[in-house]
Every structure is written in structure tokens, then in C-alpha cells.
Design a protein around this ligand. Structure first.
Ligand code: KMH
Ligand code: ZN
Length: 282
């Protein structure tokens, strides 16, 4: 079985200090949380950025400053900016971090309800626009799927050459409007992706660690972090993203699954030179 890649989604766009005062907003807070998560065992930081007052932004310069601050503290960690941003942002706004040519970025593969009146919009043409820009800039997409139909969308686009293989998916499970976080649905999602693909699972809210345990056993990879869940256990807020990562490391250790370093994660995901899209990316 592959070593376990742990992704830390340290702040997201929706969660606030009202939910947990330890959610990072400022560049320094984001860099400190990233370093703690990395030291605890995360090899990927899934990155959203905020203005100092917590407002989500996709501003290129803010991403640049945050990435530099993270790299100062942990130079080898993989940084995966979000192109999802926050509900309601325009595509132009969301695409900005790609200009910084990160190794990876998220590619949201469909539209879904996001609770209340919120709709997270990703039309087919928008997905094509995002993935074409990723191909042009040699950015490996992590394909965010909130439901099974989004896997089918990614497979259709891959057949038309909009997405390269091997594909890497993130099953986001338990969003109010997406697929539920149950063992049955996890198996269904895993069986629906093409052979040779890799997958990570983000269990939302209380399902975070149950989904992590199942995924560790199934050979997938795990994402945790304040973006998805702010509790270390029922009713107890996590002091840092690193506590959430440490809990996954404990689960993996008990289940005899070794943790991947960033270098090993790059090998698994094909991010090393000549890996992703090959010569064209040098
Ligand atoms: N904040 C959500 C609307 C991503 O990072 O690509 C979208 C999201 C997915 O978080
Ligand atoms: Zn995100």
C-alpha cells in the first residue's frame, strides 16, 4: 500500500474565528498553522487565503505572500492553492493563484448546493477553462468531487483531453448538498474512479475521523483541517490544525500505514520533474 499523504486544509473560506478562535486569517497565522501541520505529518497544505479581518480573497498578491511565508518555514511542503475560493466569487477571481504556477491546485468538478441559499457554481465550460489553464501552466489538478456525478464529469473531460492521467481526486463527503459521508458511499466513490487514479478523502464535520480511518484502510489519502472540521473530538475545539493531523497520524500508525514525506507525496502524485505532463512542464 502507498504511504499515506496527509493534506491539511488549514483555514478554508467559510469557517471563522467564531467557529474556532484558532482559525488562521493573517499571513503570519497561516504560515504558523502550516508549519505546525507540516511538522505533525502533513505533506500538502490546501491553501485558501484571507484578508486580515477574515474575509476570503483569491488575490494573487495575498497568495504570493502567504506561499512565501509558508515556504520560509517549511520549504519542501507541497502547497495546493484553492481555485474554488468562496461561494459567489467570479471565475476570473478564483483563477488568480494559478498565475503563481503552484505544483498543484484544486479543480472543482461540478455545481452543488452548499447549505441554505448557497450554490457553489462550476459549469462544464468553467471546469474546461480552469483545467486548460492548469495544463498550460503545468499545475496538477486535485479534482474536488462533492458527488459521484462529478467523477463522471471528470472522466468525460479526461476522455476529451481536458484532464491528464493519472487523475487525483478529493472526495469531499458530508457537505450539506453533496454525497453523504458513509462507508457505502465511500466504497461507491472509490469504485467509480478509473484504475490508476489516486484519491484523498475529506470527511466534513463529525465524519472527519471516521472517513479518515476508512480511507487509511482502503489505501486512499486523507485530508483534515479547520476548513472541514474544527473539533478534535465531540464538543472539544481543536487548538490547532496540527492536533487534527496528529490524530490521523495516530490512526495510521495503529493501522500500520506509514506517513508520506512531501518528497514521497510528490512521487505518489507524479509531481517530480518529468512526472506530471513530462517534458512540457520543465
Ligand atoms: N469554499 C468552497 C466554496 C476548493 O478549495 O477548491 C470551495 C472549496 C473547494 O473550498
Ligand atoms: Zn478548499
Amino acid at each position: 500500500m502507498q504511504k499515506l499523504i496527509i493534506t491539511a486544509a488549514i483555514c478554508g473560506a467559510e469557517v471563522t474565528k467564531e467557529h474556532n478562535p484558532n482559525v488562521p486569517y493573517t499571513i503570519e497565522e497561516i504560515a504558523i498553522e502550516s508549519e505546525k501541520a507540516y511538522k505533525a505529518g502533513a505533506s500538502i497544505i490546501h491553501l485558501h487565503v484571507r484578508k486580515d479581518n477574515g474575509t476570503p480573497t483569491q488575490d494573487r498578491e495575498r497568495f504570493k505572500s502567504c506561499i512565501e511565508a509558508i515556504k520560509d518555514r517549511c520549504p519542501d511542503v507541497i502547497i495546493q492553492p484553492s481555485t474554488g475560493g468562496a461561494v459567489g466569487m467570479s471565475n476570473v477571481e478564483r483563477l488568480q493563484p494559478l498565475d503563481l504556477r503552484p505544483e498543484m491546485a484544486t479543480l472543482d468538478a461540478g455545481t452543488c448546493n452548499f447549505g441554505g441559499d448557497e450554490i457553489f457554481i462550476n459549469t462544464e465550460n468553467a471546469i474546461k477553462e480552469f483545467t486548460q489553464k492548469m495544463i498550460e501552466l503545468c499545475v496538477k489538478p486535485e479534482i474536488e468531487v462533492f458527488d459521484k456525478g462529478m467523477i463522471d464529469m471528470a472522466i468525460r473531460l479526461q476522455k476529451k483531453d481536458f484532464i491528464k492521467t493519472p487523475m487525483h481526486f478529493n472526495f469531499v463527503m458530508g457537505v450539506n448538498g453533496g454525497i453523504t459521508a458513509t462507508p457505502r458511499d465511500l466504497v461507491f466513490m472509490e469504485e467509480s474512479i478509473p484504475k490508476g487514479s489516486t484519491f484523498t478523502v475529506s470527511g466534513i464535520g463529525r465524519s472527519e475521523f471516521q472517513m479518515a480511518a476508512m480511507t487509511i484502510i482502503m489505501g486512499g489519502h486523507v485530508r483534515v483541517g479547520f476548513e472541514d472540521n474544527v473539533y478534535i473530538k465531540k464538543g472539544i475545539l481543536a487548538k490547532s490544525n496540527s492536533e487534527l493531523v496528529e490524530k490521523v497520524v495516530r490512526l495510521a500508525t495503529e493501522l500500520d500505514r506509514e506517513i508520506a514525506t512531501p518528497h514521497e507525496a510528490r512521487e505518489i502524485l507524479g509531481l517530480l520533474p518529468k512526472g506530471y505532463i513530462g517534458e512540457a512542464c520543465k
